[in-house]
Structure formats: structure tokens, C-alpha cells
Ligand binder design. Structure first.
Ligand code: SME
Length: 157
């Protein structure tokens, strides 16, 4: 079954607006609106060995650049695998964006085998994310992948 979020995202991504920044921002906003306990929703874009913060909704964060291997986001890149963290207080290498965050999911955005970036989502609730959320974000990551590629082309101005 195609979820409501996927249907809405398909509509957003087929819109006339071709600005990759706005396209990705629309998707981030959609997730933040549709999922009440997804308190911080963002996209990081991989630039060499560094993840750079792209469009996001939630508390402003100083973590605009995260090296591969650092925190949950960098671990996803280094291990080439999505991350679901039930309780962030269990981690030694956690990079806190907000003191209220209790759980986190990271789903990679790829083109073939190449990692282009990732969805990073934080919740103020413990255990907010499950396998179904990961699958939803995997579907979305396929849909946004061309836009992340375009975003990468323009991000250095
Ligand atoms: N918590 C992430 C850092 C990004 S913020 O959540 C926005 C991490 O540990 O990599």
C-alpha cells in the first residue's frame, strides 16, 4: 500500500518548482507536519568526507558539518547503513543537537552505491522510530535522490 506521505511527496516532487533547495524543504516540512513526534527533521548532504546540513525544520543546530564516523549521522556514512537509535543516552559518540532529543533515525540517500546524503530525524520521545519508518524513509530517499544530486551541484554557490 502506498502511504499518504508517499502520495503527498510524489505530488510535491512533481510540482513546477525546480529549485532543489525548495523541493527538499517541502519534503522535510511534509514529514514534520505528518509525524507529530518527529521534532527535528533534516537532510544532510555528503560532501567528500563531511556531511553538510541542508534543509531542515526544528531547533537551529550548530552541527552544520559532521565528519564521516562522528555521531549517529557520521556512523551511518562510515558503516554504509541506516541507524535507528532507541535511546540516544545509550551512545558514547552521540552529537546532541537539542537537549530534548531522546531517539533518532538516519536513513541514507543514495544513487546506486554512492551515498549522496541522509535523512536525519530526532524525536523528544524514546523509541519513536521503527522499521516501518525506516521503510517509509527508504522510499522517500529514492524519490529525493535526484534532487539531492542537484542540491549538491549548487551548494557551494
Ligand atoms: N544527533 C546527530 C547530529 C545531528 S543533530 O541530531 C541535528 C548525530 O549524533 O550525528
Amino acid at each position: 500500500m502506498v502511504s499518504m506521505v508517499i502520495k503527498r511527496a510524489e505530488k510535491l516532487l512533481s510540482a513546477e518548482n525546480r529549485d532543489p533547495n525548495l523541493m527538499l524543504k517541502d519534503v522535510v516540512e511534509l514529514l514534520h507536519t505528518e509525524k507529530p513526534n518527529w521534532d527535528w527533521v533534516g537532510i544532510y548532504v555528503l560532501d567528500g568526507e563531511v556531511l553538510r546540513l541542508g534543509p531542515y525544520i526544528g531547533h537551529p543546530t550548530e552541527h552544520v558539518a559532521i565528519r564521516s564516523g562522528d555521531g549517529v549521522c557520521g556512523t551511518a556514512v562510515k558503516e554504509n547503513s541506516n541507524q535507528i537509535i532507541e535511546d540516544v543516552s545509550s551512545l558514547d559518540n552521540y552529537i546532541a543537537c537539542s537537549v530534548g532529543t531522546r531517539s533518532e533515525i538516519v536513513v541514507l540517500i543514495k544513487e546506486g552505491e554512492e551515498i549522496l546524503g541522509q535523512f536525519d530525524i530526532d524525536s523528544d520521545e524514546v523509541g519513536a522510530f521503527n522499521k516501518a519508518d525506516e521503510e517509509l524513509l527508504e522510499q522517500l530517499s529514492i524519490m529525493v535522490s535526484p534532487w539531492v544530486k542537484e542540491y549538491k551541484k549548487i551548494m557551494h554557490g
